[in-house]
Design a protein around this ligand. Structure first.
Ligand code: URA
Length: 207
């Protein structure tokens, strides 16, 4: 069981832009995708390779290609904000969607949509949601993926609250958590602080 906080000067800089209340929708979207891309470099370090041969202009030589096939699964809606950045690095990944929203009173996850690649059980799944707050949606999404036969999952978020991390590690200790930041906590409305506010609203300009 593992939580990996990815530290990088570029991520630090871009996180400051994301956190700022003065950042507009366009800049927010761009920086979110750029952080997701930088995180993908680190989160895919353990992808399996297979040996092949390539002919350079000079000679044949041993080379490597990815053996693992990847499926990217954003939790709707905020997870969509990370998809383009990740696909920039793994353009062959298939993309599934899981729709779970948070009941604002109970903070419990409410399921409303799911569409996954048909071969998802043979793929390494990168489940993404920018905010790991109570952990309810992530636990729900992983429960669902496992119920469909998926066995190889990593979870990637930008900001994680200690409560959400604890819940996810407790329910799914086999799923590594990659995050750019571990923040201080959750307020009474279930928002991460200092956080960056409602990520979905900031991505889509719905506030
Ligand atoms: N979802 C968000 O968008 N922001 C939070 O702080 C918590 C959950």
């Amino acid at each position: 069981m593992s939580v990996i906080e990815i530290n990088h000067p570029l991520i630090e800089h871009k996180m400051t832009i994301l956190r700022s209340v003065d950042t507009d929708t366009k800049l927010f979207r761009e920086n979110l995708n750029e952080i997701a891309k930088l995180m993908t470099y680190e989160a895919t370090k353990n992808l399996k390779l297979e040996t092949t041969e390539v002919t350079t202009p000079l000679m044949k030589t041993q080379a490597y290609v990815l053996q693992d096939k990847v499926a990217l699964v954003p939790i709707l809606r905020a997870g969509l904000g990370m998809v383009d950045g990740i696909l920039d690095l793994i353009p062959t990944a298939k993309v599934g969607h899981i729709g779970v929203y948070r009941n604002e009173e109970t903070l419990e996850p409410v399921y409303y949509y799911c569409k996954l690649p048909t071969d998802i059980t043979s793929r390494k799944v990168i489940l993404v949601d920018p905010m790991l707050a109570t952990g309810g949606s992530a636990v729900y999404a992983i429960d669902y993926l496992k119920s469909q036969g998926v066995t190889d999952i990593i979870f990637m978020c930008l900001v994680a609250a200690p409560d959400g991390i604890a819940k996810l590690l407790n329910k799914h200790p086999d799923v590594p958590i990659y995050t750019a930041k571990i923040d201080q906590g959750l307020n009474d409305n279930g928002y991460i602080y200092p956080g960056l506010g409602d990520c979905g609203d900031r991505i889509f300009g719905t506030k």
